[in-house]
Write a protein that binds this ligand. Structure first.
Ligand SMILES: *Cc1c(COP(=O)(O)O)cnc(C)c1O
Length: 353
């Protein structure tokens, strides 16, 4: 069945092994982040077989589908008040930044007779999640330390997600200074100092990451084999764990500019076109509902022109070969196209070894 995402188990396992090795060589534990592939069961199985240190996802719905395992489960997105019951039941650790939510987690943990661990998130300037104000941080910690069913497992930060701020020895040192301050002030010890996501790999590898940082949360690097501060490939990894394979459902020579008066397209926008004369145009059975066509990278010298809900139109005039209806067109994928294709129920997931 097509269109399908071809998922290479072997390449994924290779990337997981490689990144786990790199982390462990640097005394850093790895949270394997499963959200980009919607916690796909086959891939989660590989993470468990390779004994990653933690399994992590931003959505509790995904974590609920993890198979039974001793590997600790981590909720990455700050929980909502309505989620606390599920969070204490289905995860071991959650990342948090709101005292009111942690208070509810404590109550839910008590009702369920469990102990729940939290990592307090600190915003070092990327301006997504995390406590920004130092007084608020200490105020939150004072309350957390009084809770019977919550353990303060550590602190963490997230960078290069919203603001594009790159991890440096300066901003990561701030995290380490806060760790030391907290430990001295409250006479506690923080197990986990979580220094970010795939954008912290470069600084870990070049030796400039403070040694107190002992955890990273990795998603994109596992699937695309690259760090995300500079977009550099990581030696010994694959960038094509996921490939999209589609088949051509229509192939005709047509003009490059629509004929008639141009009004709005299916999405309420007035389109514009460049006249390149007649062109060979192919249609594939994937559309906006599945993926943004701009995030597909053709292997062949063809050019995605545009899309509607369930069609993408390709200019195949310059294709290497002679294409016919029924022929396959393959695409490399980006983080956002893997995310949306894996989320689409209309796209077949096909595993190869
Ligand atoms: C998604 C996410 C990650 C993983 O980020 P990558 O760039 O895919 O490595 C890490 N931490 C948090 C809080 C996340 O939401």
């Amino acid at each position: 069945m097509y269109p399908r995402v071809i998922i290479s188990r072997k390449k994924f396992r290779n990337n997981v092994k490689k990144l786990l090795d790199l982390c462990h060589q640097n005394q850093v534990s790895m949270m394997a982040v499963t959200k980009v592939f919607c916690a796909d069961q086959e891939l989660v199985k590989i993470l468990i077989e390779e004994e990653v240190d933690f399994l992590a996802d931003s959505r509790i719905e995904n974590i609920k589908t993890y198979p039974n395992t001793d590997i600790p489960k981590v909720l990455l997105r700050i929980p909502s008040h309505g989620e606390v019951e599920d969070v204490v039941k289905y995860t071991d650790i959650s990342l948090n930044s709101e005292l009111s939510t942690i208070t509810l987690l404590d109550q839910a943990a008590s009702q369920n007779s469990v102990i729940h661990s939290i990592i307090l998130m600190i915003d070092l300037g990327d301006l997504r999640e995390g406590i920004f104000d130092k007084n608020e941080l200490f105020h939150t910690i004072e309350h957390v330390l009084e809770m019977d069913n919550i353990v303060l497992k550590g602190i963490g930060t997230n960078l290069t997600c919203y603001g594009g701020v790159i991890p440096t020895s300066e901003n990561l040192s701030t995290l380490v200074e806060l760790k030391q301050e907290i430990e001295n002030m409250y006479n506690v010890s923080l197990d986990l100092i979580s220094g970010g996501n795939s954008s912290s790999i470069e600084i870990m590898l070049n030796g400039n990451m403070p040694s107190e940082i002992n955890n990273l949360r990795l998603g994109e690097s596992l699937v695309l084999g690259r760090e995300t501060a500079y977009g550099d490939y990581i030696d010994g990894t694959y960038d094509n764990v996921f490939v999209l394979e589609t088949d051509i459902i229509e192939l005709k020579t047509k003009p490059s500019v629509p004929i008639g008066q141009i009004g709005m397209n299916a999405f309420g926008k007035v389109p514009t076109f460049e006249d390149k004369g007649d062109m060979r145009r192919a249609i594939i059975a994937v559309g906006k509902q599945d993926v943004d066509y701009k995030e597909l990278i053709p292997f062949d010298t063809i050019k995605p022109l545009g899309s509607s809900s369930d069609h993408i139109i390709l200019d195949v005039s310059e294709s290497y070969g002679v294409l016919e209806v029924g022929d396959f067109v393959l695409f490399r994928l980006t983080y956002s196209s893997i995310l949306s294709l894996m989320t689409s129920k209309y796209i077949v997931k096909y595993y190869e070894d």
